[in-house]
Design a protein around this ligand. Sequence first.
Ligand code: ZN
Length: 490
Amino acid sequence: MSAYDELIAHARQTEALAQVAGRLGWDQQTVMPRGANAQRSEEMAALEEVLHARRTDPRLGELLTQAEAPDAPAAANLREIARDYARNTRVPARLAAELARLTPLAQSAWEEARRADDVAAFLPWLEQMVALRREEGQAIANGGDPYDALMADYEPETDSDTVAATFARMRPRLVALREAVLGAEAPPPLTGHFPQEGQLRLARRLAEHFGYDFTRGRIDLAVHPFSSGSGTDVRITTRVAVEEPFNCFFSTIHEVGHAAYEQGVDATHLLTPIGRGVSMGVHESQSRIYENQLGRSRAFTSWLHGAMVQEFGALSVADADAFYAAVNRVHSGFIRTEADEIQYNLHIMLRFDLERALIRGKLEPADLEEAWNARFKADFGYPVDRPANGVLQDVHWSVGLFGYFPTYSLGNIYAGCLHQALRAAVPDLDAQLAKGDLAAATGWLREKVQRFGALRPPRETIAHACDGAAPHEGPLMEYLEAKFTDLYRL
Ligand code: ZN
């Protein structure tokens, strides 16, 4: 057996175990009996210990010095294995254990603090978490920038200075667009009562139209929608609020985008390091283009309008045009996950700047709330009313996810680039979307992005699909400005 073959065999087995751990996580959030909590955490901890030992096995280091790649996919596999190994062996076992112990405690402290609007109660937990992640970032960075090192866990080979420069160009344009839109007359929202059964029936139809393969997946209910798994077992979840059907429909389409990426990777890469989405940003580009550029388009919402009338009877909005306006309604609010396509990115930029300063030691947790509130007022034009709507709204920092937030906006930027290239490749796209036909769009994404998995690093993955053009914010900004200028008659 060659060193390369031995590495791949090891990686496949590790990935198989990681998939089992992922499925336990899915089970926990969907069907696990409530009484199983304590046993489940022991089961997960046991698996994590096995995984950690495999990922830091010194034998990998030896094999990596000997392995040679026979072709491009093999070279990409070696790149992924080497990066993960370097990262995992740089984190002292003591630090990994402290993070594992702190995370569930900090998360419950955050849940409690958010309920009580009590920033001070969460502060000691945040201080511990920031201290450990700073240390971890420094260990992984090995002399480099600790925030970039943490960000690389979600978006490898992308530096935060480039991201900061991109965001700095986008921010004034987004603020101006938000001001113009909120100064214009707002369209009426969709109101009414939409029973769960009908919503789930239509959600399944949507998933089918967007190409979700039910022979290799399933949809269940969960508190927070997510997608999990890879290859031949990629599951998604959704949720239902009887008065907000768009929540169910668009989060289903979003998760189908994530799932399509995993289901779309070439079967030959199954369970190998490149047999999965290359980064959170590229993953998010798939979910966002499905949800927004395709799902919230005028053409597709005209089909969805008809499907909703068929399922629920007459709607509160007059026609397909009013329905499109209701789907894309911009309103002032505090919460990232409820934000429209314009304000969403402003939410991300705020978090990115603050968390980068936290990890670099330029902002202390004790000053975080004040910094958040000042920045929110500057970008959104109105003050935060309470911490649960401000600094305490997201789970990420409580579980130590620093460096994750920018991947949401990178996903939007990548989706903008892909959308532009897709429109050029499929000139009659709108005519197809208006019939609810997504085959050409999802087929193009599979052909240009999904089937390659992690063959190329994130930015190269997008550039490859866009005739070599490096990803940049231009297409997203032009799309947003055109869409909302038209919608709000600015
Ligand atoms: Zn997502």
